[in-house]
Design a protein around this ligand. Structure first.
Ligand SMILES: Nc1nc2c(ncn2[C@@H]2O[C@H](COP(=O)(O)OP(=O)(O)OP(=O)(O)O)[C@@H](O)[C@H]2O)c(=O)[nH]1
Ligand SMILES: [Mg+2]
Length: 366
């Protein structure tokens, strides 16, 4: 089952899985949710209970205690969906990650996967960016290092802001994309197998590794080099990947289609020392081959944070520039050096002419 934490996490989790459990500190938000399964985390400050944690992760963290046992139980082996910018999702997920970092080695089937929604630093409030930076650097990094998490999906809100998409529509896109990947085992079951093999266990094993997961899918053109096609068809909803450590793909060919181009894909990965897990299946509904590819990569959270800091720094500078231009009319300072020098000389009781001459000799005055 899927667990959605906080506002964004809950909305997306329900789109990924209609039976998802949603978690919030805000009674108001929980009451609005269509979820059948809702879990209220209790905050001691009365305001938080009604208004959420208002971007303060400490409130989410303190509320975690009230649901600790239940949440740990619910999330084992499942998918947690949360944003990293706000207070509730960030705070509660932080505590979950700390628990994982401190736990003894967890068996594969108990590892939690995380789908995280990162803010678009260029256009979102700086609190969201700061919360995210701390989250990536601290709890996420420690949990990954402990080896106790499953895959981590880093979704970005970039496209939502750049294309001005309504939130609901964007959530539909994110959910549809993630479900393309998560539905692969069922797809494999339903279609005729031509080569390779991925069963549910292989797939679960892949998803339970403590790496970032980047995936994309596109119609494959057997005439074109695979790397070029991969570059041409990124998944714009996810942060771009680093060099892959592992890969998994399902290659679908139309009825009677040629399954052999999948060798090109294996060849593409060979120099990178990656041996993909794969299956080749026949899909009678297709006219052209189609590939769904997932890459596991490891990226130092520091590097992620650096990207974030760079963008948010530019963002902050641009904001300051803009507000200066808009609100502050700085009088043009026209300093006449000769007048200033005379003034200084008078103040110091020196001869004005002597000072001017010295300055002229030094080339400071014309
Ligand atoms: N894709 C997507 N992003 C969202 C949605 N709602 C909020 N966000 C993003 O999530 C971040 C804010 O986190 P929320 O999930 O609203 O916050 P929360 O976890 O409920 O915490 P508080 O409201 O601060 O208590 C920002 O980066 C928003 O742009 C949503 O429905 N979809
Ligand atoms: Mg909220």
């Amino acid at each position: 089952m899927t667990i959605g934490i906080g506002g964004a996490g809950s909305r997306l989790a329900l789109k990924v899985d209609r039976d998802a459990t949603v978690v919030n500190v805000s009674q108001t938000e929980l009451a609005k949710s269509e979820a059948k399964n809702r879990l209220l985390a209790v905050v001691h400050a009365a305001q938080g209970q009604l208004r959420g944690s208002r971007k303060d992760p400490h409130i989410g963290e303190s509320a975690f205690q009230s649901i600790r046992q239940e949440l740990l139980h619910l999330t084992r082996g499942d998918l947690v969906v949360s944003s990293t910018g706000g207070g509730t999702g960030n705070g509660i997920t932080t505590c979950l990650l700390r628990e994982l970092a401190g736990a003894a080695d967890l068996p594969v089937e108990q590892r939690t996967r995380f789908a995280l929604i990162l803010p678009y630093a260029k256009l979102e409030p700086s609190e969201f960016v700061l919360n995210t930076t701390e989250f990536l650097q601290g709890p996420l990094s420690d949990a990954i290092d402990s080896g106790n998490t499953g895959n981590i999906f880093l979704f970005s809100n970039r496209l939502k802001f750049e294309n001005r998409l309504p939130e609901d529509e964007y959530n539909d896109k994110l959910a549809a994309s993630l479900n393309m990947l998560l539905a692969l085992p069922e797809k494999n079951d339903a279609l005729k197998l031509l080569d390779g093999h991925i069963d549910h266990e292989d797939f679960d094993l892949f998803l339970s590794k403590p790496y970032f997961n980047y995936f994309t899918y596109f119609h494959h053109d057997p005439e074109q080099p695979f790397g070029k096609q991969l570059d041409k068809h990124p998944n714009p909803l996810l942060l771009p990947p680093d060099n892959p450590i592992e890969a998994l793909f399902v290659y679908e060919v139309p009825e009677g289609g040629d399954p052999r181009p999948f060798y090109d894909i294996l060849e593409y990965f060979a120099p990178q020392n990656v041996n993909p897990v794969f299956s080749v299946v026949e899909n009678p509904k297709l006219k052209k081959p189609f590939i769904t590819l997932s890459l596991l990569y490891s990226r130092k959270p520091d590097e992620l944070v650096e990207d974030f800091n760079r963008v948010s720094q530019e963002h902050a500078e641009a904001k300051v520039r803009k507000s200066i231009e808009q609100h502050v009319n700085l009088p043009k300072l026209e300093v006449n050096l000769q007048t200033e020098a005379r003034k200084m000389a008078r103040q110091q009781g020196a001869s004005e002419d002597d000072i001017l001459q010295i300055l002229k000799r030094l080339g400071k005055l014309k």
